[in-house]
Write a protein that binds this ligand. Structure first.
Ligand code: UDP
Length: 242
C-alpha cells in the first residue's frame, strides 16, 4: 500500500514494516533500491521528472521527514511514523549483526565512513562491515569503486552522498553492483561518526528535527525554503481534489 504525495509514491510502512521488507529483499537476493524520502526531494521532483521516475521505480520508499507524514495525513492516508535514513541504518546494523548480513558504507568526507563503521561495530558486536569508501570519488574512479563493492559482496549498501545525488547514483549502478539492498542515507555517516549532532529526541518527536538542523547548519537555509512551498502544494492539491 502506498500514499501518493504530489506524484511520488510512499510506502505505508512503519519501522518494523520497513525492516521486514529489507529482509525479504535480502532473501530474494536480487538488487533492490530503498529511498528514505523527505518533503524537499518531493518538491524538487515536481520540476525534475527524472527524479520522480527514480522515486517511483524504487522497491521501497519510506517517509523520512515530518513533512511527508504531515502530508499523508492531509491527503487522508496517514502514515504511522517517520522511517529516517539514520534510524533505518541503526536498526539494520542491529539486525545485520544477528543475521550475519554484511554492510558496505559509501559516502561522506574521507575518514567519516570508517569512523561510522567503527561506532556501529561498537554498538553492535559481531557486525560485519565488508568495506567503506568516502563519497568524493571521481567519475573515472567509479569502475574501481564498483569492483570494490562487488568483491566485498555486502548484503546492504549504505550510500551517503546526500539527496538526490545518492538516489541517482544507486539507480545508475543498482544492477552493476548486484547488492540485494542499496539505501540512500543522506548525512547519516556524519551523525554516526559523531561529527554532526542529531536533534534531541523531543525535537524529533515534535516533528522539529528540520528546525534543529537549520540552527546547527544555517547553510541549509536555502534548501529549507522548499518546505513551505511543499506544504502549500499539498494544501492546494487536497483542495482541488475536494
Ligand atoms: N557528500 C558526499 N559526496 C558528495 C557530496 C556530499 O559524500 O559529492 C556527503 C557529505 O559529505 C555529507 C552527505 O553527503 O556527509 C550529505 O549530507 P546532508 O546532510 O546534506 O544530506 P541529506 O540528509 O540532507 O540528504
Amino acid at each position: 500500500m502506498k500514499v501518493d504525495i504530489l506524484g511520488c509514491g510512499v510506502d505505508m510502512v512503519d519501522m518494523a514494516g520497513a525492516l521486514e521488507k529489507v529482509e525479504t529483499f535480502i532473501n530474494a537476493g536480487t538488487p533492490h533500491h530503498v529511498i528514505t524520502l523527505n518533503a524537499e526531494i518531493i518538491y524538487r521532483a515536481q520540476n525534475e521528472p527524472k527524479l520522480k521516475k527514480v522515486i517511483n521505480s524504487a522497491h521501497l520508499v519510506t517517509p523520512d521527514g515530518a513533512g511527508v507524514v504531515w502530508a499523508s495525513r492531509r491527503l487522508g492516508k496517514p502514515l504511522q511514523e517517520r522511517v529516517t535514513g539514520i534510524d533505518l541504518t541503526t536498526e539494520l546494523a542491529g539486525k545485520a549483526s544477528q543475521k550475519g548480513w554484511k554492510l558496505f558504507l559509501y559516502g561522506a568526507a574521507p575518514g567519516v565512513a570508517d569512523e561510522a563503521a567503527e561506532n556501529l561495530k561498537k554498538q553492535h558486536p559481531g557486525l560485519q562491515v565488508a568495506g567503506t569508501s568516502h563519497g568524493y570519488r571521481k567519475p573515472e574512479e567509479m569502475p574501481d569503486l564498483i569492483a570494490e563493492i562487488k568483491k566485498a559482496g555486502p548484503h546492504i549498501l549504505l550510500v551517503a552522498l546526500g539527496a538526490p545525488r545518492q538516489e541517482y547514483w544507486i539507480r545508475e549502478h543498482l544492477q552493476e553492483t548486484g547488492v540485494p539492498v542499496s539505501i540512500g542515507v543522506g548525512g547519516s555517516f556524519d551523525v554516526l561518526a559523531g561529527r554532526v549532532e542529531r536533534a534531541p529526541v523531543w525535537a524529533q518527536k515534535a516533528g522539529l528535527e528540520w528546525a534543529y538542523r537549520l540552527v546547527k547548519q544555517p547553510s541549509r537555509f536555502k534548501r529549507m525554503l522548499a518546505l513551505p512551498k511543499f506544504a502549500l502544494k499539498v494544501i492546494n492539491y487536497n483542495f482541488k481534489k475536494r
